[in-house]
Write a protein that binds this ligand. Structure first.
Ligand code: SAJ
Length: 415
C-alpha cells in the first residue's frame, strides 16, 4: 500500500520526531498542531521541544521540502494522532484532545485512508475514536460495521520511546500494532515499516491499548516496591541501596531504584487509565500510585526533621528535572519538593539544576537562589540530592563533610 502523504496530528514529544523520521525517508509529511507558535517554529526548520538530534533532522526535513506544519489538516493517505491524554479531576482520563483531533481530520478523510491512534489511551478509546469519525462522516464505512471491507482502516499503535533516546528507539523498538481488523493491522504495519527496524507485532486494538498501559504500570509498580523498601529501611536503619545491591545478586531478583517520587508525563499517569476502567480490581496498580505519590512527602519530612536540629539552616537542593541527565522539569517530584520546601519556610534554599539556564517560572519570584553545585554546597548545612545527574558524581566528597546529607537517589551510596 503506497503512503505518499502522511499527516501527523500533534507535534509534541512523539508527533514531531515521528513526522521528522517519516520525512527523512522522503515521505511528504503534513504536521498538524493547534499551537500556531509551534507550527511557525517548525516551518522555520527549528524545534520547540528538547530532544537530542531532533533539531538536525527537522531542519533537514523542512529544508528538503518533505515536512510542512500547519494548524489545519489537509488530505493524506495516513493520519497518525499523537495528542496528549492527560487525566481530569479524580484521575479520570481526558479524551478531549483525541476527540478534537478526530473531528479535525474527519472532513478530509477519503476511501482507503488509514487512521492510527498513537496517544496512550484507556482500553476502548480506538473504538471510540472510530465512532467519532463514523458519526462525522456517514458517507464512509468503518471497521465496526463493515469489518475487512471498511473504507477507512483504524488501528492503535502505542509509542514506547524513552525521552532522551527518542530517535534511536523510534526506529529500533518493536512496535505493537492493534488494528480493528486484520487489514487495518496490515495497513498500519506497512506504514511503520517505512522506518521501523524492530518487529511489528500484530494484535487487536484493545490489547494494544492495554499493552502500553501495562508497560508503564509494570514500571510504576516496580518503582513503588523500591520506594516502599526505602521507607521501611529508613525506619529500620538499613542502607536501602546496599540492600538492593545485595538482593539483586539473586539470579531472579531485579529491584529498581528508589527516588524522591515518580515524575514525567507517562508513568505517573497511565496506571490511572487502568484503575479508572476497573477500580475494584486494580488494587496493586492503585496502591503503587499511592506509594509513589507519597514519596515526596516522606522526603519533605526528612528535611523537616533535619532542619529542626539547626538554626536558620541553609539547604542545597541538587536537581529539579524529573530524572537524570535531562532538562525536563514537567511533573518532576524534585521540583514539587523544592516548591513545598519554599512554602514550608524551613531555611534559605540554594537550588541547583545544571541542565537549565534559569529558574522555572514557579520559583522565579521566591527567595530561593539559583546556584551552581559548588556555591550551594559551600553555603549549605543540609544537602538534599533530588536527581542523580551524572555531573553530581564529580562533587568532591570532602566538600560534603560535616553537612547533613539527604540522598534520595543513592548517588553517594558506596558500592
Ligand atoms: N524512576 C525511579 N526509579 C527507577 C526508574 C525510574 O524512581 O528505577 C523514576 C524516574 O526518576 C522518573 C520516573 O521514574 O521520575 C519515570 O522515568 P522512566 O525513565 O522510568 O520513564 P519515562 O517516563 O522517561 O518513560 C517511560 C518509558 N516506559 C517504560 O520504561 C516502561 C518509555 O519507554 C515510554 O515510552 C514512556 O514512559 C511513555 O511515553 O509512555
Amino acid at each position: 500500500m503506497p503512503f505518499e502523504t502522511i499527516s501527523i496530528i500533534g507535534l509534541g514529544y512523539i508527533g514531531l520526531p515521528t513526522a521528522a523520521v517519516f520525512a527523512s525517508r522522503k515521505k511528504r509529511v503534513i504536521g498538524v498542531d493547534v499551537n500556531q507558535a509551534a507550527v511557525d517554529i517548525i516551518n522555520c526548520g527549528e524545534i520547540h521541544i528538547v530532544e537530542p538530534e531532533l533539531d538536525i533532522i527537522v531542519r533537514a526535513a523542512v529544508s528538503g521540502g518533505f515536512l510542512r506544519a500547519t494548524t489545519t489538516p489537509g488530505p493524506a493517505d495516513a493520519f497518525l494522532i499523537a495528542v496528549p491524554t492527560p487525566f481530569k479531576e479524580g484521575h479520570e482520563p481526558d479524551l478531549d484532545y483525541i476527540e478534537s483531533a478526530s473531528l479535525s481530520i474527519a472532513p478530509v478523510l477519503k476511501k482507503g485512508d488509514l487512521v492510527i491512534l498513537e496517544s496512550t489511551s484507556p482500553v476502548g478509546t480506538t473504538e471510540q475514536m472510530a465512532d467519532w469519525l463514523a458519526q462525522a462522516r456517514p458517507d464512509l464505512t468503518f471497521p465496526k460495521t463493515h469489518g475487512e471491507d471498511s473504507d477507512i482502516r483504524v488501528a492503535h499503535c502505542p509509542e514506547r520511546v524513552l525521552p532522551g533516546h527518542v530517535l534511536r528507539e523510534l526506529v529500533q523498538n518493536d512496535r505493537v500494532i492493534g488494528g480493528m481488523t486484520r487489514k487495518c493491522s496490515e495497513a498500519a504495519t506497512s506504514l511503520y515499516k517505512i522506518f521501523v527496524e524492530g518487529e511489528c507485532v500484530i494484535t487487536n486494538a484493545r490489547t494494544a491499548e492495554m499493552c502500553k498501559l501495562t508497560e508503564n504500570s509494570f514500571r510504576d509498580v516496580n518503582i513503588a516496591f523500591a520506594n516502599e523498601l526505602s521507607i521501611i529501611c529508613d525506619r529500620l536503619n538499613i542502607d536501602v541501596w546496599e540492600l538492593i545491591r545485595l538482593a539483586n545478586r539473586h539470579p531472579r531478583v531485579n529491584i529498581l531504584q528508589p527516588g524522591p517520587g515518580v515524575g514525567g508525563h507517562c508513568i505517573a499517569v497511565d496506571p490511572w487509565f487502568i484503575v479508572s476502567k476497573t477500580p475494584a480490581d486494580a488494587r496493586l496498580i492503585r496502591a503503587a500510585r499511592d506509594v509513589n505519590d507519597h514519596k515526596p512527602h516522606f522526603v519533605l519530612e526528612k528535611v523537616k526533621e533535619a532542619a529542626a536540629t539547626l538554626t536558620n539552616p541553609k539547604i542545597a537542593c541538587l536537581g529539579l528535572a524529573f530524572k537524570a541527565d535531562i532538562d525536563d522539569l514537567r511533573e518532576s517530584p524534585a521540583l514539587e519538593i523544592v516548591l513545598a520546601l519554599q512554602k514550608m519556610n524551613l531555611g534559605q534554599l540554594y537550588v541547583v539544576e545544571p541542565h537549565v539556564s534559569e529558574f522555572p517560572e514557579s520559583l522565579q519570584s521566591t527567595s530561593a537562589v539559583f546556584a551552581t553545585a559548588a556555591e550551594a554546597i559551600g553555603k549549605a548545612d543540609i544537602v538534599l540530592l533530588l536527581v542523580n545527574h551524572r555531573v553530581f558524581l564529580d562533587i568532591d566528597q570532602d566538600h560534603l563533610a560535616g553537612k547533613v546529607l539527604i540522598d534520595t537517589r543513592g548517588l553517594w551510596s558506596v558500592s
